[in-house]
Structures are given as structure tokens and as C-alpha cells.
Design a protein around this ligand. Structure first.
Ligand SMILES: Cc1cc2nc3c(=O)[nH]c(=O)nc-3n(C[C@H](O)[C@H](O)[C@H](O)COP(=O)(O)OP(=O)(O)OC[C@H]3O[C@@H](n4cnc5c(N)ncnc54)[C@H](O)[C@@H]3O)c2cc1C
Length: 449
């Protein structure tokens, strides 16, 4: 925003209701009786994990953040709704308990993380075949080796990759040659069969695309996280993660249903007509909202990957194990299925099972539920007819595209443009870890400055 626009916007704000200094409160944000210098006040636009992580880090450093969130609650893309006593996360998400930065900021014990077992069930067109991590489930090693999911050499290569990945750091990953995940897997020597039956569905569920066009660095990072720890669900739903950060901030630092309509380095205007000023502004929205609010910082429009997610309720769990089921065959709608209530029982009321089904892309259509049901009969048999559809969410802006060249692991995790700090998963890498790292680093940069 150039100065001319900035001063005219300021004039408009002042005309509409007058500037209101984001108040100097003696007891603000838990800083009881501690005078807060004006230079320590920060307005953070966006109350997803990046904005909340930034706010908590600033508050812990004695600063006074104010998070402005457009939605009716905090958490951004990590939200959980309660419906008929089911806990419905908005889209299938997991927390990887080896995430290094997120693990430092969050109280993982309080989240009561419930782990998936290390392995998967792969649908090969006829039936579900169990493939377990032989390092962590050695008793299943023989069974896994015999499954027709890749060759024996592929299974040995997974072991070799695990050994290599133990020595990787984010800096090391950033120094590796970058290519598409597909090319990386081929160069590492995996067979096309292994790529098609396992990697496309497993990483399809993580990257939300089965072409494996995502940067190989994201593949290396997630592979390492899976090798070091477990995929988990917080016992009371994914939104417990942002809720924990919200609880550390207190109501003085948070305003929901508060959409920012424009901003400059000096302040923000709210949709309500109110204007707030502050010494520091952090833009912590998703990439598309950030481009809308601050076009100066962007070139081309951000691209997104989408997912359509369905929940069903059943009297019996179709998977009596803590595993994810993957579609190992080309074609078809469904990419992955799991039963969150098998992992964390609070996801469903007693006597019911909650079934989560992910269909990649924006696949809203009138008969989607019936087509999914039809397809899953081949996986689980006639019991599917008894499943009750609970809800379908189409998440059009789920993950920002991350092609080779996005340099995610080499970036500092934020940018400063015209005095505004920009953070979010699009400044780092699209994950809970990426969003939290970006928010924390932004806070440290502000405090250092
Ligand atoms: C379906 C799905 C599956 C995923 N699976 C995983 C997974 O398994 N593991 C994993 O680690 N990650 C996963 N992710 C990614 C992870 O959830 C995101 O990378 C992360 O939550 C992004 O956080 P953020 O704070 O950067 O952005 P967001 O969560 O998008 O937060 C931005 C916030 O800004 C607010 N906002 C926008 N415009 C305005 C405005 N004008 N004024 C005020 N506020 C505004 C928005 O309402 C939002 O709350 C998944 C994401 C989705 C959607």
C-alpha cells in the first residue's frame, strides 16, 4: 500500500469512527500491573495456528498481542464440531507427535494424544491387506513381507529410507535436491507397483493429491516425522490443539467474529467500521485472504488443493484396529477411510462408531454419498448399507500447493513487506508444524527487532 492510499484509508477510518489505540491496559493479557510499552503491542490478523502461536510466543515474552479472527471461533483450518455427541473434525487431520516446534509450544500430555498403529490396510481391488512397520511391529514383519504391496526390494528400500531419514534435519532437507515426490521415489528405486498401490494413496491422503507432484522436501519431512513418531488424534478432537493456545492467551488478547477489511503498517480497519492502530501488524491469514488484504506482497494468486470429506455413523466399526485404510487401486472416488472412534473413543457416543471417508478434490455432487457407499461395499461388505450419513464437508482451500521450487524448508517462515509481518503455513510448509513454526518465528523476529 503506498503512502497516498494509506493516508486516505486512515482518513476514512477516522471519519467513520475515529482511531482507537489498541489500548494500553495495565492488566492486559495476564501482564498484571506490568506497564506495556506501545512498541510491544501487536495486532495479529487471523486466529489459526500461526496467529495463535505468534500471539502465545509474544505474550510469553511480555508483549501484548491482540488476535482478530473473522470466524466464530479460533483454530482456522483445525476445527472440531460436536454433532449428536460425535466429534467431527473439519476434514481428516492427524497430529504427528514428532513435530519438533509444535512439540515445544504445545502441552502434548494435556492433549492426551491417541496414536494410530504404525501401518495401514491397503485395498488391492479385492480385499484389505495389512502392511505394518516391521521396525515397530516386528511380529507382523513376515505377514507384511508376504503382502503383494510392492516387491521385497521395495520393503527393504523402505527400511533403508528409514535409516537415512533418522539423520535429516530441516536444514539438511533444505539442502537436498528438490523435485516432485514422484520423481524422488522413482530415483530412490521404488517400483511403479509400490508407488501406485501404496505411496499414491498414503501420501495422497497427506498431500491431498495422488499425482505426487508435491515437493520432495515435504515428502522427506513427513516421512521422517512418521519414522520418528506416531500419527495421533487428541482425545477430544483436533480443535483441542488451538484451544490450548487460546487458553494460554485469555480473552483480553482475542476477538472472534472480527473480520479485518483492510490494513496498513499502522493499523487495521474492521468490517464493522471500527479502526485499530498498533506499532506492529502481523498478517496470519491463509494465503488467499492475505493476498486480498495485502496485494503488495503477492505475485500470482495462491493455488489450493481441496478435499471432500464424509462422516458416517455405524453400530459396528468396520475396522477393528487403529489403522487407516487406503485405496491402493487407480480410479474410484475414495482415497482413505478410518474410524476415529477406534483411535480415540470420545469421537463417538457409546455403542456407535464414527467413520471418516476422504475423497480428494472438490467432488460435491447430489449422489456422492450413494456412490461412496457403493464403492466401499467392495472394501467392507454389506454392512455399509447400514451406515448413517452424518455430514459432508467440502474444503476447497485445504492445503496450499507446494510444487518443487517452493523452497519451504529454506525460508525463514515469514516475510516482512512494507513493515507488515506475514506468516502462516503458506510461508513455511502446509502442516500444523509449518503453521506453528511460522507463527513462533514471526514473534521472535518482532521481539528481536
Ligand atoms: C482437510 C485438511 C487436512 C489436513 N491434514 C493435516 C494433517 O493431517 N496434519 C497436519 O499437520 N496438517 C494438516 N493440515 C494442514 C493444517 O491444518 C494447516 O496447515 C494449518 O492449520 C494452517 O494454519 P494457519 O494458521 O497457517 O492458517 P489458517 O488455519 O487458515 O488460519 C487463518 C485464519 O485467518 C482467518 N482470517 C482470514 N481472513 C481474515 C480476515 N480478513 N480477518 C480476520 N481473520 C481472517 C481465518 O478465519 C482463519 O482462522 C490439513 C488441513 C486441512 C484443511
Amino acid at each position: 500500500m503506498n503512502w497516498k492510499m494509506e493516508s486516505s484509508t486512515r482518513f476514512l477510518f477516522a471519519f467513520m469512527g475515529g482511531f482507537r489505540e489498541f489500548a494500553l491496559r495495565e492488566s492486559g493479557c495476564g501482564l498484571k500491573n506490568a506497564p506495556v510499552k506501545q512498541s510491544q503491542q501487536v495486532i495479529i490478523v487471523g486466529g489459526g495456528l500461526a496467529g495463535l502461536a505468534c500471539a502465545v510466543t509474544l505474550r510469553d515474552g511480555g508483549w501484548q498481542p491482540l488476535v482478530l479472527e473473522a470466524g466464530d471461533d479460533f483454530g482456522g483450518r483445525v476445527r472440531t464440531d460436536v454433532m449428536e455427541s460425535f466429534l467431527l473434525d473439519r476434514g481428516f487431520q492427524v497430529y504427528l507427535d514428532a513435530y519438533p516446534e509444535a512439540g515445544k509450544l504445545l502441552d502434548l500430555k494435556a492433549l492426551d494424544l491417541q496414536p494410530f498403529d504404525p501401518g495401514a490396510l491397503v485395498f488391492d481391488g479385492k480385499r484389505l491387506r495389512r502392511v505394518m512397520d516391521p521396525f515397530r511391529r516386528p511380529t507382523h514383519a513376515l505377514e507384511s513381507a508376504r503382502q503383494p504391496i510392492g516387491t521385497l526390494m521395495d520393503k527393504l528400500r523402505v527400511g533403508l529410507l528409514k535409516l537415512r531419514a533418522t539423520g535429516w534435519t530441516p536444514e539438511k532437507i533444505a539442502s537436498h535436491p528438490e523435485m516432485s515426490t514422484l520423481q524422488w521415489l522413482r530415483e530412490f528405486g521404488f517400483s511403479e507397483g509400490m508407488i501406485d498401490t501404496f505411496f499414491r494413496s498414503f501420501y495422497g491422503g497427506i498431500f491431498l493429491e495422488r499425482d505426487l507432484r508435491t515437493s520432495s522436501r515435504m515428502f522427506e519431512f513427513t516421512f521422517q516425522m512418521f519414522s520418528r513418531g506416531s500419527a495421533t488424534l487428541p482425545a477430544r478432537g483436533m480443535q483441542e490443539i488451538p484451544r490450548q493456545l487460546v487458553d494460554r492467551l485469555g480473552s483480553d488478547c482475542l476477538r472472534a467474529q472480527c473480520r479485518v477489511s483492510s490494513l496498513s503498517r499502522h493499523g487495521v480497519a474492521l468490517e464493522s467500521g471500527e479502526a485499530l492502530t498498533s506499532q506492529h501488524i502481523v498478517l496470519a491469514t491463509d494465503a488467499t485472504a492475505a493476498k486480498g488484504l495485502f496485494p503488495a506482497a503477492w505475485g500470482r494468486s495462491p493455488e489450493w488443493r481441496s478435499v471432500t470429506h464424509l462422516y458416517f455413523s455405524a453400530s459396528d466399526s468396520p475396522l477393528r484396529e487403529k489403522l487407516i485404510a487406503l485405496n491402493g487401486v487407480a480410479g474410484g472416488l475414495v482415497n482413505n477411510v478410518c474410524v476415529p472412534s477406534e483411535i480415540a473413543p470420545d469421537y463417538a457416543p457409546s455403542g456407535r462408531a464414527l467413520i471418516s471417508v476422504s475423497v480428494l478434490g472438490d467432488r460435491r455432487s447430489g449422489d456422492l454419498v450413494e456412490r461412496v457407499r457403493q464403492e466401499l461395499r467392495a472394501w467392507f461388505g454389506d454392512q455399509v448399507a447400514g451406515w448413517r450419513h452424518l455430514r459432508t464437508d467440502c474444503i476447497a482451500q485445504a492445503l496450499p500447493e507446494q510444487p518443487p521450487g517452493s523452497d519451504s524448508f529454506a525460508k525463514p517462515g515469514f516475510r516482512q513487506v512494507d513493515g507488515v509481518h506475514i506468516c502462516g503455513d503458506h510461508m513455511s510448509h502446509p502442516s500444523i508444524e509449518g503453521a506453528i513454526t511460522s507463527g513462533v518465528r514471526t514473534a521472535h523476529a518482532l521481539m528481536r527487532a
